[in-house]
Design a protein around this ligand. Structure first.
Ligand SMILES: CC(C)(COP(=O)(O)OP(=O)(O)OC[C@H]1O[C@@H](n2cnc3c(N)ncnc32)[C@H](O)[C@@H]1OP(=O)(O)O)[C@@H](O)C(=O)NCCC(=O)NCCS
Length: 253
């Protein structure tokens, strides 16, 4: 077993995170695969003074949308999904870049289409009217904990508001505590939690909308369609809202 798997195994055993342990075991044994993701959302409503204050603390970073001419720059700076960037742009997806000087330090992607297939879990998500899907948010390791994520999200929310969008959503895997915390801090809340158990030829889905009853579905082929309700009036930090007030943090990773 490789050292990363050992490291994760030890961590999950020590913290007693049974779900994360199951997901890891399934992947290693390749017999059964378990996935567990949160769909996090944020309404775009009014501007949020607390968020503007956070944004104002970071002066040396700015954002711009990447162009096809930036493809080589994207591939060399963010090699983790390098093969996909050209295809994403051809599909009409947009990439918002954060730059310090003229060097990119972070990016996120937007899908302007109303229906979204969540690649990592195989579901078709139906967004509320004027909802937007964001994905592949990434801050270079050397730029983390220094405001790049705040700049990225604040500029993203402002741009989407200008475009008349109502809300923005994206997935966060159960074990990604850093991302969960960073999003929650900026007013995102859990809209839905999705679990998938994959056996040879069969998929079991458990869909848990925030504050609602869980729904289970079995699929032998094709992904279930999942409608997402619009989030309501979040405030910074995920407090005092119908959506964020019901959130529970992910288990330890
Ligand atoms: C998740 C991710 C985007 C977060 O980026 P980040 O820059 O580290 O996140 P944040 O801006 O929220 O910063 C986190 C911490 O830095 C602090 N921070 C933010 N701005 C700061 C600033 N200007 N000065 C000092 N500290 C600052 C925050 O207070 C926070 O600390 P806290 O946890 O004590 O509140 C990043 O870790 C990442 O790219 N991870 C890998 C890919 C990934 O998981 N993507 C998300 C997929 S859903």
């Amino acid at each position: 077993m490789n050292p990363i798997v050992w490291h994760r195994l030890t961590r999950y055993l020590l913290t007693g995170d049974v779900i994360a342990l199951g997901i890891l075991a399934g992947r290693v044994l390749r017999v059964i695969q378990l996935d567990h993701v949160h769909i996090m959302g944020r309404s775009l409503g009014d501007t949020d003074p607390a968020l503007d204050k956070l944004r104002a603390r970071v002066q040396d970073l700015h954002t711009r949308f990447a162009q096809p001419a930036d493809l080589d720059l994207l591939r060399s700076t963010f090699p983790h999904h390098a093969r996909m960037y050209a295809e994403r742009m051809q599909q009409g997806d947009q990439c918002l870049l954060v730059e310090g000087g003229s060097k990119p330090v972070a990016f996120t992607w937007l899908k302007p289409h109303p229906d979204v297939v969540i690649a990592e879990i195989g579901c078709r998500v139906k967004l509320p009217p004027q909802g937007v899907w964001g994905y592949d948010t990434f801050v270079l390791p050397k730029a983390r904990l220094a405001g790049a994520f705040v700049v990225l999200m604040c500029e993203l929310l402002a741009e989407l508001r200008r475009r008349g969008a109502s809300s923005v959503f994206g997935t966060i895997t159960h074990t990604n505590r850093e991302s969960f915390h960073s999003h929650q801090r900026l007013g995102y809340g859990i809209a839905l939690t999705l679990s998938r158990v994959q056996l040879p030829g069969l998929c079991l889905y458990r869909i848990l909308p925030s504050g609602d009853r869980a729904r289970c579905s079995v699929s032998t082929r094709g992904a279930p369609e999942i409608p997402i309700a619009a989030p309501r009036g979040e405030k910074l930090g995920g407090q005092d809202t119908a959506l964020a007030g019901r959130t529970a943090g992910p288990g330890p990773s």
